[in-house]
Design a protein around this ligand. Structure first.
Ligand SMILES: Nc1ncnc2c1ncn2[C@@H]1O[C@H](COP(=O)(O)OP(=O)(O)OP(=O)(O)O)[C@@H](O)[C@H]1O
Length: 358
């Protein structure tokens, strides 16, 4: 094992106490000053910006993880710090088993070429090369022989649905097609971790949905760890198994879509998720409650992971409470009123808060 390859406790990405300060004398600012001052005070007193502010997070192998926040909240800086495209001011980062902060230039190069790929909003394609050669570019840098890299690039070309465009120049393609080329190029190297910085925000809404579905499919099939940066909540909910919401460089809440929608940590998160259709995100696991005295328990069973919307037809077909089942065991009940109140965001009649499980 190389010297700076450290165990990361099984995580694909481990970030601890990460800071990135931009501005005059940024790296000489004492830590207690940084933690004491609000973002505005820091800017006014020192002229510096804490783009990333004491971020700690851990991404599991094979997880689809989203970093979300408004413009200027620090998402891009955070994701760029992961491979030191932006040099962090302080903190620890381990990615694909590599201690990034102590990595030598050679180790960093190896990491970026072989193990971690990045897909950018503006594609980053080489304009003078055809599609196939663009896809093969990462393999070329790795020193893969020409015949092998062209064969692999050809496979990826098919995978992203661009058969027949091997020789086309990027500027003759639509935005969606160019993003597919960017994605194929990132996938060609079979990275352990894929980082996406607002990959779909330059695309039309329909193409954007196609690409999101494509990436979700690839994620399911290949199981690659993926981190997405986005400012779009519906994209975050569609792609992310867990979502970190950033504000002023820090993480305000990190959780599953259900946790963010069901129990937003503060007014900022609540404002973000206010318009989310709760019936499409919250599951029966979240809203089920203990049976009341005398309540019948011979109603139809449904798995606890069923989202509310999908439970509606069953609820319509019975007057009895639905029995919520997990691992072959009843964990609670929900009736029509519980479903309605959960969908509307109003408090239920019983204890349907996710805490009332049997
Ligand atoms: N190179 C830089 N020099 C100085 N300040 C910077 C630099 N890069 C980013 N910042 C500042 O750091 C903060 C976070 O920026 P960042 O681009 O990471 O946010 P973001 O959430 O990705 O926003 P966007 O979605 O608009 O890209 C902002 O206040 C930004 O102005």
């Amino acid at each position: 094992m190389e010297e700076s390859v450290v165990p990361s406790g099984g995580a694909a990405i481990e970030v601890r106490g990460l800071w990135k300060i931009f501005g005059p004398g940024a790296d000489r600012l004492p830590r207690d000053l940084l933690t004491r001052l609000s973002p505005t005070e820091l800017r006014e007193r020192t002229g510096c910006v804490a783009a990333v502010r004491d971020v700690t997070l851990s991404v599991r192998p094979g997880e689809a993880f989203v970093v979300m926040g408004l413009s200027g909240s620090g998402k891009s800086t955070l994701i760029r710090c992961l491979t030191r495209l932006v040099e962090p001011s302080a903190g620890e980062i381990t990615i694909a088993g590599q201690d990034v902060r102590t990595a030598s230039p050679t180790q960093l190069r190896q990491l970026r070429r072989h193990r971690v790929s990045m897909v950018f909003q503006h594609f980053g394609l080489l304009p003078h090369r055809g599609v196939l050669d663009n896809i093969a570019y990462g393999l070329e840098i790795q020193g893969v022989p020409r015949a092998r890299r062209r064969r692999r690039a050809g496979e990826l070309l098919s995978l992203v649905g661009l058969d027949g465009f091997a020789d086309a120049r990027p500027d003759t393609l639509s935005g969606g097609m160019r993003q597919r080329v960017g994605l194929a190029r990132a996938l060609a190297c079979e990275p352990e971790v894929l980082l996406f910085d607002e990959p779909f925000s330059a695309l039309d809404p329909l193409i954007r949905r196609d690409m999101q579905a494509e990436v979700t499919r690839l994620h399911r099939e290949a199981g690659t760890t993926m981190v997405f940066v986005t400012h779009d909540l519906s994209e975050a909910l569609r792609l992310g198994e867990r979502i970190a919401i950033m504000r002023d460089g820090g993480i305000v809440q990190l959780g599953t879509p259900e946790e963010l929608v069901g129990t937003p940590a503060d007014g900022h998160v609540a404002a973000f998720v206010r318009d989310v259709p709760r019936g499409e995100v919250l599951s029966l696991r979240w809203i089920c409650r203990r049976p009341r005295d005398g309540e019948r328990l011979d109603g139809p069973p449904l798995p606890s992971g069923t989202v509310i919307r999908d439970a509606v037809p069953t609820a319509m077909g019975t007057a009895l409470p639905i029995v919520v089942v997990e691992d072959g065991r009843a964990v609670g009940v929900v009736d029509r009123l519980d479903l309605l109140s959960a969908m509307s965001g109003l408090p239920g009649t019983g204890t349907a808060t996710g805490t009332g499980r049997v």
